[in-house]
Write a protein that binds this ligand. Structure first.
Ligand code: PLP
Length: 458
């Protein structure tokens, strides 16, 4: 039996949520064009759309916000954030940004040219979108095990070092302005990357003189996975592991809405002084002055406090334990998921659960619709709706290798009873899965289409 870890906090403020009837949900979904992004939050009972910016801040974070310094330039809040940044990441320079994709946009604006490549284990959708928007080519080089949902490799987010080397040799290092790795690998199941792999990736990039940037959204969860699973790290603190991680890189992008447990925020950090100059100029144009980067002073304080809290090991044991509980309970009732459970989310293998629906009819989208209709639960499709794209050379649709539905767990928000309700809902869906049909796209933008696409049931 799966074990639920007792929460290392108690609840002092509550936010009411309510259940709706099926008829109301049917009407809401139709109005939203069968895309759960178009629903109103009050139409949802349990919202697992994302763990981004949806966490519950602590009393320490709320009180830090009261001390926010709203000076336009050189605010105290900025220096408090800079202290936390130095403690954890130790890059020479950083700028705050309003969220992760703003950091990605600025990095791409100043470093990436047309027809240039950016390798990673797997880029997240916004990173991929920002690279493509500048005419670049994002390339995913994760290990093969990542594509086998049943494979319980402890570090399924690892980069395939042979593929990386072969790729660089094939396209040429001069066509790669920077290389990345995403920790944990959100697009591939929230799976961690080992320190051994991070070191090997850093060494390859260095050999070819390619600056190495880490997409650090879930660096704390990744550090705790390393502590739990990698020999030699069991006695190191998550802070020590994080410091060792970032010492390998030339810079990082981060959405603080993830492991810094804030509702808004992010950063772009780097060691290169000239790059920092260019970044600041671009930031001033797009986001704001370099000591606030599109955020209020109070947001910087919440982030400084949250970055440290996110590394707390009692919190991380609960966090990863809660996700594992949901995953193991789903496996107990026969729902296929990406194994082992990731850090921030459970990824249902919709391609295998609804194997009668072809990729061109979006089995993940069909499942996300059923989750809402059956239980008022909102998850997100991460399959062909999110990731299929036309080959730039041939125009032919390239489908991703897995059709997933992500159930992301907001930090410190839902309880065991909520998770058991999710399991019960999926059990009922599974019992009548053969009746479930796919969908057809009626509208889709060119980039990041899952946010606004519209559908019709088949
Ligand atoms: C959320 C996320 C981003 C983008 O961050 P936003 O704050 O949503 O703009 C980038 N990479 C990864 C891995 C993410 O999870």
């Amino acid at each position: 039996m799966a074990i639920y870890p007792p929460e290392p906090f108690r609840i002092k403020m509550v936010e009411p949520i309510k259940r709706t009837d099926r008829q109301t949900r049917e009407a809401a979904l139709k109005r939203a064009g069968y895309n759960v992004f178009g629903l109103r939050a009050e139409e949802i009972f349990i919202d697992l759309l994302t763990d981004s910016g949806t966490g519950a801040m602590s009393q320490h974070q709320w009180s830090a916000m009261m001390e926010g310094d709203e000076s336009y330039a050189g605010a105290n809040s900025y220096f408090r954030l800079a202290e936390a940044m130095d403690e954890i990441f130790s890059f020479r320079f950083f700028v705050p940004t309003h969220q992760g994709r703003a950091a990605e946009n600025i990095l791409c604006a100043v470093m990436l040219g047309k027809e240039q490549y950016v390798p990673s284990n797997m880029h997240f959708d916004t990173t991929e979108g920002n690279i493509r928007a500048r005419g670049g080519r994002p390339t995913n080089l994760v290990i093969e095990e990542a594509f086998d949902p049943k494979n319980r490799h402890p570090f399924k987010g690892n980069m395939d070092i042979c593929k990386l080397r072969a790729f660089i040799e094939q396209v040429g290092g001069e066509k790669i302005p920077f290389g990345m790795i995403t920790i944990t690998n959100n697009a591939g199941g929230g799976q961690p990357v080992s320190m051994e792999n991070l070191k090997a990736v850093a060494a390859v990039y260095k050999e070819f003189n390619i600056p190495f940037f880490i997409d650090a959204c879930r660096f704390a969860e990744n550090a705790y996975f390393i502590k739990l699973r990698e020999p030699g790290y069991e006695h190191k603190s998550t802070l020590e592991i994080a410091r060792e991680t970032f010492a390998l890189a030339d810079g990082a992008t981060m959405s603080a809405k993830k492991d810094a447990i804030v509702n808004i925020g992010g950063f772009l950090a780097m060691n290169d002084k000239e790059l920092f100059q260019n970044v600041k100029n671009e930031l001033i144009l797009r986001e704001g002055f370099p000591t606030y980067g599109g955020l209020a002073g109070r947001d910087l304080d919440a982030m400084a406090t949250g970055l440290r809290e996110g590394l707390n090991e009692d919190y991380l044991a609960y966090r990863l334990g809660q996700t594992a509980y949901l995953g193991e309970r789903l496996l107990e009732v026969g729902i296929p998921i990406v194994e082992p459970p990731g850090g921030h989310a459970i990824y249902i293998d919709a391609g295998s659960l609804l194997s009668h629906i072809p990729q061109s009819e979006f089995p993940g989208q069909a499942l996300s619709i059923q989750l809402y209709l059956e239980g008022g639960i909102r998850g997100v499709e991460l399959g062909s709706v999110a990731f299929a794209y036309p080959d730039p050379d041939t125009g032919e649709m390239i489908h991703p290798r897995m059709e997933l539905v992500r159930l992301a767990l907001p930090r410190r928000v839902y309880t065991q009873a909520h998770l058991d309700y999710i399991v019960g809902t999926l059990e009922r869906i599974m019992a009548r899965k053969d009746e479930i049909r796919g969908v057809r796209i009626t509208y889709a933008p060119e980039l990041l289409r899952h946010f606004t696409a519209q559908f019709e049931p088949l």
